[in-house]
Design a protein. Structure first.
Length: 121
């Protein structure tokens, strides 16, 4: 059992404690999003922070971020593919975060110019 470390929890202390219990942690850098598909819906985790926990060979992913859900199936509308390059371009042009840029691209059906105008206005 992991003790309650309180608000001022020291990440290094937690990492040492987990190592003592045989659990290794590895943070994945540069993750833009995580996509999960179930039989009824699709989930996108934007600005995802991902940690791999390895407890004696049993690996677990911990994913934290903003979750966007949409129904899946024949009736679900799929928008145009929005690339990471498009997201970065809109974010750079507007000074907004990549999550805000992706949201603007989704609402403008992938139209770069409209997304930029939307975020600047």
């Amino acid at each position: 059992m992991i003790p309650n470390l309180g608000k001022g929890a020291n990440p290094k202390k937690l990492e040492r404690m987990m190592k003592q219990m045989g659990i290794d942690m590895e943070a994945l850098d540069g993750v833009e999003s995580v996509h999960i598909t179930t039989d009824t819906e699709e989930l996108d985790v934007m600005d995802a922070q991902v940690v791999i926990l390895d407890a004696r060979g049993q690996k677990t992913l911990q994913v934290v971020g903003e979750i966007r859900r949409r129904p899946r199936g024949a009736g679900a509308a799929r928008g145009p593919a929005i690339t990471a390059e498009d997201v970065r371009l809109v974010a750079e042009q507007t000074g907004k975060s990549e999550a805000e840029a992706r949201a603007a691209l989704e609402t403008t059906s992938g139209d770069l110019a409209q997304a930029i105008l939307k975020l600047k206005g």
